[in-house]
Design a protein around this ligand. Structure first.
Ligand code: AQP
Length: 338
């Protein structure tokens, strides 16, 4: 049996932060050794909310460069930009036509984001999960790494594949496309906001002090950690529901510093906040240093990144086109003659 295929992506909606790295990209680096991995920058998803075109273009390249700087190896994994492979949009349309509207209206993320945007909510935002289904199904992915917030979207992709595409359009005993399984990310990978330990660290939080961006300069990292929200209790502990900030920062120290929760709890259990924050600041700066250095090298030589994205597009297109043809045929669209 060949290696199982994995697909994942990040939206270029802002600057990548510690949460994106520790919750997603760092796991991908492991996955690329054992799986046939496809990692894309999902720029078509990024335009489902209001955006600045010049910024989107910059952040798309920045995100791709950060994948590489964090250790994604283009010799092992296929790295590409979603909109460079038109099959994503085309399959999205085909899936739109076989997906019931009320499946989308139930999506929690849509309800939350639509509530914020009111009358400016776009059709694209409602359609976001169908585009995500297209991304996954195009590559016949076996496994999709998902955090809690994306579980409902993956379930929708599975339902579209199983109940609609395979259920209604496959020849007897066959499948049109593979039904993907979730790959649950390891525990402790959810990084919380520095200004509110009950909210996840997020690119779209308007307060930049709520997150550590992977490209923040060392002085800024130290400053943000010093200013991070604390409580009035001395000593750092895990798992106290009344102390989400202590749990979050100690978890960061465990992940980036000593390597285990037990060692972090042992070392910092009696430390005051001031001493602990100084220590954590240095650990985060040290962890980001090689990423920032590699990122700088990549940005100084645009042709390397262009080459990686060109090669990635070509590989992705070969797989995507074959899946698209299967769906077109199953739905009764006539073949495109060369
Ligand atoms: N705080 C986090 N902790 C752990 N993992 C996280 N991820 C995001 N934030 C955290 C993981 O990063 C991947 C990419 O996420 P995305 O770009 O698709 O959007 P998101 O999950 O909505 O991330 P953000 O930063 O919160 O972006 P905005 O603010 O634009 O919505 C996913 O695998 C996600 O789990």
């Amino acid at each position: 049996m060949g290696r199982q295929r994995v697909l994942s992506g990040v939206q270029p909606t802002g600057s990548l932060h510690l949460g994106n790295w520790l919750g997603a990209i760092r796991n991908w680096v492991e996955l690329q050794h054992r799986h046939d991995a496809f990692f894309c920058v999902v720029d078509l998803h990024a335009i489902t909310v209001p955006h600045d075109p010049a910024l989107l273009a910059r952040q798309t390249r920045q995100t791709a460069a950060l994948y590489l700087a964090c250790g994604i190896d283009p010799q092992r994994a296929t790295v590409f930009v979603q909109s460079h492979v038109p099959a994503h949009s085309e399959l999205c349309w085909l899936l739109n036509c076989i997906t019931p509207l009320n499946w989308l209206e139930r999506m929690i993320q849509f309800k939350e984001k639509a509530h914020k945007q009111g009358s400016q909510t776009s059709v694209g935002l409602l359609d976001y999960p169908v585009l995500m289904a297209a991304d996954i199904l195009l590559y016949n992915a076996d496994l999709v790494p998902v955090g809690d917030d994306q579980k409902q979207h993956l379930e929708l992709a599975r339902n579209i594949a199983q109940q609609r595409l395979n259920g209604q359009f496959a020849a007897h005993g066959e499948t049109v496309l593979n039904v993907p399984e979730p790959l649950i990310v390891p525990e402790g990978a959810r990084v919380m906001s520095l200004t509110d330990g009950r909210k996840k660290m997020s690119k779209s939080d308007p307060n930049d002090n709520s997150r550590i961006n992977l490209l923040d300069a060392p002085e800024l990292v130290r400053k943000k950690i010093k200013r991070a929200r604390t409580d009035a209790v001395a000593g750092l502990t895990f798992d106290d529901p009344e102390r989400p900030e202590a749990d979050n920062l100690l978890a960061l120290y465990a992940l980036l510093g000593v390597g285990s929760r037990a060692a972090a709890a042992e070392e910092c259990g009696r430390m005051g906040w001031g001493q602990f924050k100084g220590l954590l600041g240095e650990v985060v700066v040290d962890a980001l240093r090689p990423i920032q250095q590699r990122y700088g090298e990549l940005m100084a030589d645009p042709s390397t990144l262009d080459g990686v994205l060109r090669q990635g597009r070509q590989r992705a297109e070969t797989v995507a086109q074959a899946s698209l043809e299967r769906v077109r045929t199953a739905l009764g669209l006539t073949p495109r003659r060369q």
